[in-house]
Design a protein around this ligand. Structure first.
Ligand code: FEC
Length: 294
């Protein structure tokens, strides 16, 4: 068996000039309001992304570390930017892989998230290799322990676990996303000994339909109204510093907290931390040991 890994992430534009094409890819051909594009360009610009984007470098560092840990070829595939998931699959096949492990750098399953990554990878591979796809890993002990370790000294504060919101209709469709997120939050809080915690969504997109809430900005209002003065954020649906962390939390939520008189801080994200990379390696090893279904 010749194994290769396709490590998938959301992707981020390489430079500011790529933002319109990147946003068009996210929208999948649906119309984009000019003011939404302008706002997105402004957000990337405020993060200092002009001719290079350090956000994708974190994924590359994670890829390289995972390759070193596993001793197997690992290729990065982005859902909305380059290198594409299909490019990564081609590289894996060109290197002679007959078994490809697909792993997404997002722990919780949703038809609107993980399933889209899977579809791109499946389409790219076709019947040319055996695909072992890791569908979810939000309750993976190494991941839970890593997050819990970053909370143990913060447990006297009110901890808010966060994750990317999705359109609320997923609940009617029986999607497990929210339940999986709440389970991760519960496991991490329990392991860290955090008793005072809540969960909130973040990063809702202006698509014109209702999204899952509460949104972090409303949630901070609510916490302030209940007299909470110190909040520690623990994103559990993201594993790296990217726009949704560095803008939505570090700028928007931080500004809101200042207005409300709340002291706000957050965990350091896993990024390419060796303990996190070992957890990812464990997921790959387990998936590649599973007998093929085909
Ligand atoms: O750092 C970066 O440059 C990229 C950060 C980024 C991550 C991310 C993760 C998730 N998203 C998820 C769902 C949606 C849905 C829509 C949507 C829209 C955007 C836009 C940007 C964006 N997302 Fe994202 N997402 C990131 C960035 N996301 C930019 C478009 C403008 C905006 O809303 O600000 C709505 C699509 C539509 O219009 O129809 C749905 C989910 C995740 C977490 C899982 C994952 O990482 O894949 C779910 C990182």
């Amino acid at each position: 068996m010749s194994i290769a890994v396709v490590l998938m992430a959301y992707g981020s534009p390489s430079r500011i000039a790529d933002v319109p094409a990147y946003y068009a890819d996210i929208r999948g051909g649906r119309p984009i309001k000019p003011e939404h594009l302008e706002d997105l360009v402004a957000r990337y610009r405020r993060l200092g992304i002009e001719d290079a984007n350090p956000l994708n470098e974190i994924t590359e560092a994670t890829r390289a570390a995972l390759e070193g840990e596993l001793g197997l070829p690992v290729f990065t595939g982005m859902r909305h930017w380059t290198p594409r998931i299909a490019d990564a699959a081609e590289q894996a096949l060109a290197g002679g892989a007959d078994t490809i492990v697909g792993l997404v750098l997002a722990p919780h399953y949703s038809t609107l998230s993980i399933e889209k990554y899977r579809a791109q990878l499946e389409d790219a591979i076709g019947s040319r290799a055996d695909l072992r796809f890791v569908e979810r890993w939000g309750d993976e002990p190494g991941f839970v322990a890593l997050l819990a370790g970053r909370l143990v000294f913060q447990k006297h504060k009110h901890v808010v676990f966060t994750a990317h919101s999705l359109p609320a209709r997923i609940l009617d469709e029986g999607d497990p996303y929210r339940d999986e997120l709440l389970e991760t939050a519960r496991l991490v809080a329990e392991m860290a000994g955090v008793e005072d915690w809540s969960f909130s969504f973040q990063s809702e997109s202006p698509t014109g339909e209702p999204w899952l809430g509460p949104d972090i900005l409303d949630h901070l209002d609510d916490l302030a109204a209940h007299g909470v003065e110190e909040v520690f954020l623990c994103p559990i649906g993201f594993v790296a510093d990217h726009l949704e962390i560095r803008w939505d939390l570090d700028v928007e939520a931080a500004e809101k907290a200042r207005e409300l008189g709340i002291r706000l801080d957050r965990i350091v994200l896993p990024n390419a931390d060796p303990a996190f990379v070992r957890t990812l390696a464990g997921l790959v090893r387990r998936a590649s040991a599973v007998p093929s279904m085909s």
